[in-house]
Design a protein. Structure first.
Length: 164
């Protein structure tokens, strides 16, 4: 496996820069007050956008590599991952006290699961030489950052007494 140091500088800077809203959103939730309200709205939307971006990359790669006969399963999975992120957002908004299921926590779980599935799918693509070898360590670090931030956000929202 190639090292992260083999990745183009632009991919590193942009990739790690993309983690800033994840970390800032989790911190905002922990601060409370107006920052919590803003982060509770912004973080899931940002996560859904990034999940859609990653899934769209797989859709695009499939069309470039297999232009004459793209695999339906790849296209469908890309759409399902993108839609999962977008379904998570209204679930969080519609969450109301007293429902038998905590929809907000369900939304956080869908986002976390979506990033994990996308990582496993990208990992398989790297083994199949669809993506360059340096992409695996980059995706691992970026996925870890996103999943940890979303997990912290879910914990903070699930544990109302928690604050930074």
């Amino acid at each position: 496996m190639k090292r992260l140091s083999d990745a183009p500088m632009a991919a590193l800077v942009l990739g790690f820069g993309g983690l800033i809203p994840f970390v800032a959103g989790a911190i905002g939730l922990g601060i409370g007050g107006q920052a919590e309200l803003q982060a509770a709205n912004a973080l899931p939307v940002y996560a859904a956008v990034i999940l859609s971006f990653l899934a769209g990359g797989r859709w695009s790669a499939e069309l470039v590599i297999r232009a004459d006969a793209p695999r339906t399963g790849v296209l469908v999975l890309a759409i399902l991952i993108a839609l999962a992120g977008w379904i998570a957002v209204p679930l969080q908004v519609w969450s109301q006290p007293g429902l038998p299921l905590n929809l907000e926590l369900t939304g956080w779980g869908i986002l976390i699961f979506g990033f994990l599935i996308q990582y496993l799918w990208d990992r398989a693509a790297i083994r199949d030489a669809t993506f360059p070898q340096w992409y695996l360590p980059l995706r691992l670090l970026l996925t870890t950052g996103a999943v940890l931030s979303l997990s912290l956000a879910a914990f903070i929202r699930w544990s109302p007494t928690f604050s930074l």
